[in-house]
Design a binder for this molecule. Structure first.
Ligand SMILES: [Zn+2]
Ligand SMILES: [Zn+2]
Ligand SMILES: [Zn+2]
Ligand SMILES: [Zn+2]
Length: 523
């Protein structure tokens, strides 16, 4: 994600855990300077700047980025510029993102700039523009980053940024209205679109997630791979940490997955082509059946037994009339166009299912699986919706065993896919394993309460739950404490203690003559 043009003569930079290498194809990229073990931190980095994403709607505090929920009349602005909306008076005293340069700029033309709170998406580009003037050393690093202006000029994204960023900044009289500045603003937009990382604003609510993006000059040097070997976390202060998610050998490339992870190759490659301006040729993208994950595989309409995958996975036109897809079993050929029609039909089935109950979703899934592989991204989508419903039932007072078993199964299937596409430490795996442990422990207790199993069997089933919890923890322990996953890790540690007590009780019950210490395991 880095511009190679101006770095030809720069001396090689060597850091303790990684070094920056250069190649024609990847530009500057990061390689391991030593053998790294899974879970080892590779680098920590504070952001150059942070601001709302280009899709942001709503109000947020310009200093700490918390969403502003107060009604219009009760809102509070920075006392110095009287423009920047803040979450509360106290926030003005805390060092944050509403820096002096920004505050003075707003203050210098309050009349026009006061409208900026309705256009928060211009905030981050404006911050980089200001930074170019105030922090010239830092700007040098940003200046090296890839902007893809050449590819972007004249495209849809170019005109969108022209309307929603460049022209808005002119209208608010925050930047000079000349062609040189317009060009620079487009470059800044390019740098941000290509290099920034999505962040979640702090706060308890899940709804507050993914509204922000931050620019990190070192982390952006990671090359892309749809199966990355790193795990990335961002804490409440927006400090980013990159960990090895698997063991990485000295000299190996350090990768990050810059696109969604539960998408099929066609969609991943399209996202990367349109957002990051390159054609991914990673091992996952190169395999018609995506390393047996079958994320994009369809049931063969001819033999109904085999699965259909694309013949040339690296084509940029997977759904073209002349693009061939083939059944691995009967070798029938199908056109990409026909695959597209099938996918559109299938997708239309799972849209608008918000009001579906669990039974309706289950029968829809059965129907879906006549057309797509059980790991197909559309099937995974539907299974995720099912899990949302089942989770509600799991938190009920006395969840039914059948439901708990179904949750376990859905997670097992999901985990098998994740093991292929997200090898090593993974947040998603951690969350699934945590829920699997819960379901397993609940089933064990239900079985015992119904006198279906002996105390010894109970103890063994609880041990199974404990193993799952231990695995969950190993995937969640790197999560910063302020994030939802960090809180889940804390909960998992408490559960571990509880489970240990339960097991001691079960063991006592299994041993004649001993009495359980607590009352939880009584019939
Ligand atoms: Zn605030
Ligand atoms: Zn201010
Ligand atoms: Zn790929
Ligand atoms: Zn077939």
């Amino acid at each position: 994600m880095v511009n190679d043009r101006e770095t030809q003569d720069a001396p090689a930079q060597v850091f303790l855990k990684y070094r920056i290498a250069k190649s024609e194809k990847l530009g500057r990229y990061m390689i391991a300077e030593k053998d790294l073990v899974a879970g080892e931190v590779i680098l920590r980095e504070s952001p150059v700047s942070v601001g709302p994403t280009a899709f942001f709607e709503g109000s947020l505090c310009f200093n700490c980025h918390k969403p502003i929920v107060q009604p219009e009349l009760k809102r509070y602005n920075c006392t110095k510029c009287k423009v920047a909306p803040l979450c509360q008076p106290a926030c003005e005293l805390v060092p944050g993102y509403h820096k002096n340069a920004e505050c003075s700029l707003f203050r210098s033309n309050q009349l026009y700039s006061s409208k900026i709170s309705d256009h928060s998406t211009v905030l981050l580009p404006l911050r980089l523009w200001l930074l170019r003037q105030t922090e010239t050393e830092l700007w040098k690093h940003i200046d090296l980053m890839e902007d893809h202006v050449k590819e972007r000029r004249g495209t849809h994204i170019w005109s969108i940024r022209e309307q929603t960023v460049v022209q808005v900044l002119h209208k608010l009289r925050l930047v000079p209205d000349d062609s040189e500045t317009s060009e620079l603003m487009q470059r800044i937009c390019g740098i941000l679109d290509v290099n920034s990382f999505e962040l979640r604003s702090s706060g308890e609510s899940e709804l507050e997630g993914h509204l922000l993006r931050g620019l990190y000059t070192k982390a952006a040097l990671m090359a892309h791979n749809c199966r990355s070997n790193t795990h990335l976390t961002v804490d409440e202060r927006d400090e980013l940490a990159i960990y090895a998610s698997v063991d990485i050998k000295k000299g190996a490339t350090i990768y990050f997955n810059y696109t969604g992870f539960l998408l099929g190759s066609a969609k991943r490659r399209e996202n990367l082509r349109e957002g990051k301006y390159f054609e991914c040729e990673c091992t996952l993208c190169r395999d018609p059946f995506e390393l047996k994950s079958n994320l994009s595989s369809l049931v063969c309409p001819r033999c109904r037994q085999g699965y259909v995958g694309i013949q040339n996975p690296l084509t940029s036109n997977p759904y073209g009339l002349k693009t061939k897809w083939q059944c691995e079993r009967c070798k029938s050929l199908l056109s990409g166009k026909m695959i597209k029609t099938t996918l559109n039909l299938t997708r239309s089935l799972i849209e608008n299912t918000e009001n579906f109950d669990t039974k309706a979703l289950e029968s829809l899934l059965t129907k879906l699986l006549l057309t797509v592989h059980t790991n197909h991204y559309l099937a995974l989508d539907l299974k995720e919706k099912l899990l949302v419903n089942y989770r509600k039932e799991m938190s009920a007072i006395n969840p039914r065993k059948k439901i708990l078993e179904r949750i376990l199964n859905l997670h097992r299937e999901g985990l098998a896919v994740l093991d292929i596409i997200e090898p090593g430490i993974s947040r998603q795996k951690g969350i699934r394993l945590y829920e699997m442990h819960l379901a397993t422990a609940l089933i064990a207790k239900k079985n015992y309460a119904a006198r279906e199993i002996s105390p010894l069997e109970l103890s063994l089933q609880l041990k199974e739950a404990q193993d799952l919890l231990r695995k969950a923890l190993s995937n969640l322990l790197l999560e910063p404490t302020g994030t939802p996953e960090g809180r889940l890790a804390k909960l998992a540690l408490q559960q571990m203690k509880l489970l240990r007590e339960n097991m001691t009780d079960a063991n006592a019950l299994a041993t004649p003559g001993q009495k359980p210490k607590t009352q939880t395991m009584k019939h």
